[in-house]
Design a protein around this ligand. Sequence first.
Ligand code: 5AD
Length: 368
Amino acid sequence: MAALKRLVDRLAAERCLPDADMLALLACGDGEVLSHLFARARAAREAVYGRDVYIRGLIEFTNFCKNDCLYCGIRRSNARACRYRLTEEEILLCAEAGYRMGFRTVVLQGGEDPWFTDERLCRIVRALKAARPDRAVTLSVGERSRESYQKLFDAGADRYLLRHETATKAHYEALHPPGLSFDRRMQCLADLRAIGYQVGCGFMVGSPWQTPADIARDLAFIRRFEPEMVGIGPFIPHRDTPLGAFPAGTVEMTCKLLAIIRLLLPNALLPATTALATLDPRGCEKGMLAGANVVMPNLSPPDAREKYALYEGKASAAGETADALSDLKKRMENIGYRVTIARGDHRSFPDGEAALTRKKGEHDPCTT
Ligand code: 5AD
């Protein structure tokens, strides 16, 4: 076990590990090693962001989707999904209610719904920025053209979440129908980065056919791409999808990966995701104690929340009401953290402007 603890120390000091060592750490279930890993991850997080927990108000504004991802409950061919789309007015009202509660970031998340043309989405982004100029707008609306991403950025969007899903091409192809392409996904991430967004990638933990080698490739990709945000959560099967009979990912593996990602990218904004909270009532706390520093409570209207079922039993993270938010605050205080209403930009985006001058990948201390 001493050897594995030393690997953790090496990861913390060098921000990388050779592949074989990373695989050894991924295979390790020893409690003492994991406690050591989590402690290192918390120290890394606290050195950069202190004990602050950033909150993002999530608005799931449409569950129409033109895609057919094999794992996802809102895939096009799920005829049992009850489809909805919020109006512009409803979106603005949810965001405003969130702002009054203290949310300085709104995340617009939806399926790939062609009804939301560039024109419509840009209008919404502009209206959100006009109403509250100090509010960050994050988009999570899937793959679009570079021109579309540019228009949305010009309309005022600050950040974009697009999970890469898996950095292994063959695995990507197993999880997605033929029309979706791994290369296109990666191109979207490159476009978002080049435009100047704060970019989030990420993957599901324990997705069908995922191997430790796949996870090691995800970690290597994350380290290389240096996203500002990384969203990971356990895979949770949805019965109305082709992958509905596969087992769920685990809370333990998700927390271990949160901690490793924190050590790879100490500056990253790392949410304890809804999927984690769905598998474990203390998932949010466990994620924080493994190095996460963001929570994304749901601001969608209750009936929309119910219908936005990517997987079964989806928890709705506390936050939709003032009471739920104060409950979240207490829970964070109980583990020594503090919910803050700051916008919570990435370290290298002090005012959302630094993107233009930043250079990536320089002075890389690691040769592996
Ligand atoms: N289990 C867990 N996460 C899922 N997602 C989609 N379906 C599932 C599922 N069954 C994740 C994907 C997607 C994000 C919005 O939700 O990673 O990028």
